[in-house]
Each structure stands twice: as structure tokens, then as C-alpha cells.
Design a binder for this molecule. Structure first.
Ligand SMILES: Cc1cc2nc3c(=O)[nH]c(=O)nc-3n(C[C@H](O)[C@H](O)[C@H](O)COP(=O)(O)OP(=O)(O)OC[C@H]3O[C@@H](n4cnc5c(N)ncnc54)[C@H](O)[C@@H]3O)c2cc1C
Length: 453
């Protein structure tokens, strides 16, 4: 692997900078030592210019970490480009279910780290949401209440064959996100009326249901606050700007930026430089919004959301989201759902949900929205997102470094925080090897025709 640890000098040329960190292959999960970025500090007059393409979970997480990790003395400009705005893609419509387990309650790859860092970014967003000058038009109290519902998630066993496996997996759960095995009586006391086909459910009391739109707005606000704070404390300048603009090709950024980080979700394949070159498949998902008449007794105040063949993400006592469909190979990224598509989704989701929560029959459909997932290949470690420097994929010798942060699949909330942190470290140290090899191994996969849009 070539040493990528270089930094642009004030004249705009690239000059090598020797890393002072120990053997790079051994520092996989350790942030680069401050000295690896401190060697750039003599370049105080140069502004390091970063373009982040996409303002979803991936884009905003990397922005936060770039601002947080950049050395005090470094002038940094971060420009975010999104054709819709914050949460304009799958992130803005996501169901918002957050826990570190597979459907069989197996701890996912690096689940502990992912969970810890997601909690940290959630804390950042929650703090920003109650900051004095929060400007969304909603009251701060309202905003905080809606960022995360901390009511836990219930996963009923739906398959006898897998019961032994599920019970085994539970033993390796995290202390910070516990999984408790409940019998029918225990589940009933949490959620009266729940039906457990095999008399067993797995309960994650710390699992969350995030309001993705509010979370992203608040995280962006957290980034703005960080810029404001560092500008008043540090000698250097930090700048952050959101541009509502469509990106047609990567070459638009050549010459203007030192680093371009591509976080375009499922639409990444639309860029001519990357089209057909990434091992990603797309999958559209529809979520239905249901409400209960106000005269009826609502969903119990502290009762958990439900994760089953369909999931129920509780929004309030009389409002919930029901998801989600899986339409593989769709290229439709529109959040809008036609009445035909909504009817089809309800036909599929309602029977699944009512098996576990028969009370859903009293709820009334009020609307639907949809998003397109960018699904990475399945590996022996699970479906891992795709990260890394993509100059070699694009195949041109640029002075700018292009990076990919994509393929978050159906677990963007879990992965975005830790991987955004790693991506920022890689960009700031110009060292791709900061990113675990498991997340870079996609480069060895030959894209198949089915990856082409
Ligand atoms: C129905 C559904 C339910 C889901 N539920 C969950 C869940 O409960 N929990 C969970 O963890 N994950 C869930 N996911 C997955 C999660 O939403 C994704 O993993 C995540 O949103 C991906 O984030 P991203 O930032 O990579 O992409 P996106 O959120 O899609 O962000 C990409 C951004 O790039 C912008 N963009 C795209 N093309 C261009 C262009 N050419 N020019 C400028 N801007 C552009 C878009 O407007 C968008 O804002 C769900 C997904 C779907 C579809």
C-alpha cells in the first residue's frame, strides 16, 4: 500500500508528510495520533477545503467528525452539497430503529463500537436541539422530545427452528444494549395485547426509535455550533456551508477542493465516474403512517416498538410508522408514494404486523413515504458498508482526493457514527489504512451487470 499521508501545501502542490504514528497496519481501530496531523500545522495559512456530497446520516456524521477532529491550528472549510437538503434521501424517511443486532439478535460486526458512537452523536444532536438559538421554528422542548423515543424494542420469536440460535445469540449481547428473554406474561405486562406465536420475545430495553428528520436537523445544528465555538477559541478559521445543489459529476470539484467525500446513498451510481463500478444494489422501501382515533385508548406510554417480519415504530400514543417493503432493483428514489404503491404496501405489511400486534386493525392509514437503500454485498461478516479512497476506482490521477462513504444498507443509523469518525480520520491524515480492511475489501469485488442502474 502506498503511503497516502500527504498534505497540500500553501502553493497548492502535494508535499509528503511523514507519519509519526506506529506501524500503520497495527493502528486500525486507534485514532491516528495527534502528531500525525500536527505535522501539518506549519501550513497555518492554507485552508483545507472539503466537499461532502450528501446530507444524510453518512454526510452529516463525517462533517461533524471533520470539524471535531481537525487540528486547532488548521483552517478548514467544509461545503456540503445536497440536491434536496438535510435528510433529502433515505436517511430522512428511515424508520429510525437503532440497536446493534441482526434480526436473529446476533451482535453485528463491531456492534459495540458502532453502538457507542451512535449514542455519542445522538447526545450531540440532543444537546444542539436544546441550544438557545436553535432555529427550526419548533420549540426546543418539542425538538428534544422528538429526536429519540427511548421505549426499547421487542423482537418476538417467529420461527421455532431458530429459537435455539436466538437464545444462544442473546448470551453475547452488550451490557450497554441488553437483550432480555421474555415469556408471554412478561411481554404482556410491557405491551398488553401483544401476541407471541412461540411464547417468547427478546426485549432490548435500551434500543431506540429515532425521529430521523429531527435528528439530522439537530446534528447539522451541532456542527454549526462547533464551528462557532472553534472560531471564537482557536486562531484558525473553520467554515461550514450547505449548498442546495445537484451534483452531476465528480470532476466538477477538481481544483477547488483538497478532499471530496461522496455520501450520496443509493444515487451514488448516477455519477458517471462511478456508475457500474461499485458493488451496490438498490432496494426501495415504503413506510406507512398510521393513526388511532383520539377517542380510543392509545399505545401504552412506555411500551416498546416492535421488530418482526414488519416493524412498528411508535411515534406517540396515537401515531406510529409501519414498515417496510423491500423492492429490489428499484431505482425509484422518490419519497412520494402513489395510492397504488401505498395500497400494495399496506396489503403486505398489515397482515405481518397484526400477527404480533392484533390491535393494529383499529389504526387508520394517513400517508406513506419511501426511500431507496444502497445495499452492499453480503460477506461472512454481514453486509458491510463501503468505505475508502476512490481515486483508483475513478482512474484519473487527481490532485484532489476522492473518498467513498456508502452502502449503509438497512442499518445506516447504526453504522454512520463510527464510520463517519473513521472517514474523517482517513481524510485528515490522508491515510486510507485508518479504515479497517473489512470496509475496504469491496474494492477487490468485480462489479456484476446487476449492479448497474
Ligand atoms: C424504508 C426504509 C426504512 C429504513 N429504516 C431504517 C431503520 O429503521 N434503521 C436504520 O438504521 N436504517 C434504516 N434504513 C436505512 C437508512 O435509511 C440508510 O442506511 C441511510 O439513510 C443511508 O444514509 P446515506 O447518508 O448513505 O444516504 P442518504 O440518506 O440517501 O443520503 C444521500 C443524500 O445525497 C443527496 N443526493 C443524492 N444524489 C445527489 C446528487 N446527484 N446531487 C446532490 N445531492 C444528492 C440526497 O438528497 C440525500 O440527502 C431504512 C431505509 C429505508 C429505505
Amino acid at each position: 500500500m502506498k503511503n497516502l499521508n500527504v498534505w497540500p501545501n500553501p502553493s497548492g502542490r502535494i508535499s509528503p508528510c511523514r507519519s509519526t504514528s506506529p506501524t500503520l497496519s497495527l493502528v486500525r481501530f486507534v485514532p491516528p495520533s495527534p502528531s500525525s496531523v500536527r505535522c501539518h500545522s506549519s501550513l497555518t495559512h492554507h485552508t483545507f477545503r472539503c466537499a461532502v456530497l450528501g446530507a444524510g446520516f453518512a454526510g452529516l456524521s463525517v462533517v461533524w467528525h471533520l470539524l471535531k477532529q481537525s487540528p486547532k491550528e488548521l483552517n478548514l472549510r467544509v461545503d456540503i452539497y445536497d440536491e434536496v437538503g438535510i435528510g433529502g434521501g433515505a436517511s430522512g424517511i428511515s424508520g429510525g430503529l437503532l440497536h446493534p443486532y441482526s434480526p436473529k439478535v446476533k451482535l453485528l460486526w463491531e456492534g459495540a463500537q458502532c453502538w457507542k458512537e451512535s449514542m455519542e452523536l445522538l447526545r450531540v444532536a440532543e444537546e444542539a436541539s436544546v441550544s438557545k438559538d436553535y432555529r427550526t421554528g419548533e420549540s426546543a422542548d418539542n425538538m428534544e422530545a422528538f429526536i429519540a423515543h427511548k421505549r426499547g424494542i421487542l423482537r418476538p420469536a417467529t420461527d421455532m427452528k431458530n429459537m435455539i440460535k436466538l437464545n444462544d445469540n442473546v448470551k453475547t449481547c452488550l451490557p450497554s444494549c441488553r437483550v432480555q428473554t421474555l415469556n408471554n406474561g412478561e411481554a404482556q405486562s410491557l405491551l398488553p395485547g401483544v401476541y407471541l406465536p412461540f411464547n417468547t420475545a427478546f426485549y432490548m430495553p435500551e434500543a431506540l426509535n429515532i425521529n430521523s428528520g429531527h435528528y439530522l436537523q439537530a446534528l447539522f445544528r451541532g456542527c454549526e455550533i462547533l464551528v462557532k465555538e472553534s472560531s471564537s477559541l482557536d486562531s484558525s478559521q473553520k467554515q461550514l456551508k450547505l449548498h442546495i445543489r445537484s451534483v452531476d459529476r465528480l470532476s466538477e470539484f477538481e481544483g477547488e477542493y483538497d478532499a471530496v467525500i461522496v455520501c450520496l446513498g443509493a444515487k451514488v451510481n448516477m455519477l458517471p465516474e462511478l456508475s457500474g463500478r461499485l458493488p451496490l444494489r438498490t432496494c426501495r422501501g415504503v413506510i406507512a403512517q398510521l393513526e388511532l382515533h383520539e377517542d380510543m385508548k392509545g399505545y401504552p406510554e412506555r411500551a416498546p416498538s416492535i421488530l418482526s417480519d414488519a416493524w412498528i415504530a411508535v411515534q406517540g400514543s396515537h401515531s406510529l410508522n409501519l414498515g417496510s417493503t423491500w423492492e429490489w432493483k428499484s431505482v425509484n428514489s422518490s419519497p412520494n408514494v402513489s395510492s397504488d404503491e401505498a395500497a400494495k404496501a399496506l396489503d403486505e405489511l398489515l397482515p405481518k404486523a397484526s400477527t404480533i400486534y392484533p390491535g393494529i386493525k383499529d389504526w387508520v392509514f394517513t400517508g406513506a413515504r419511501a426511500g431507496l437503500r444502497a445495499m452492499p454485498p453480503l460477506t461472512t461478516l454481514g453486509s458491510l458498508p463501503l468505505l475508502g479512497c476512490i481515486n483508483d476506482v475513478i482512474g484519473i490521477n487527481q490532485t484532489c482526493k476522492y473518498w467513498l462513504f456508502g452502502g449503509l444498507g438497512s442499518r445506516g443509523l447504526l453504522y454512520h457514527a463510527w464510520l463517519g469518525n473513521l472517514m474523517a480520520q482517513a481524510v485528515l491524515s490522508f491515510n486510507e489504512e485508518v479504515i479497517p480492511s473489512e470496509l475496504r475489501s469491496w474494492k477487490a469485488i468485480e462489479p456484476k451487470c446487476s449492479f448497474l442502474l
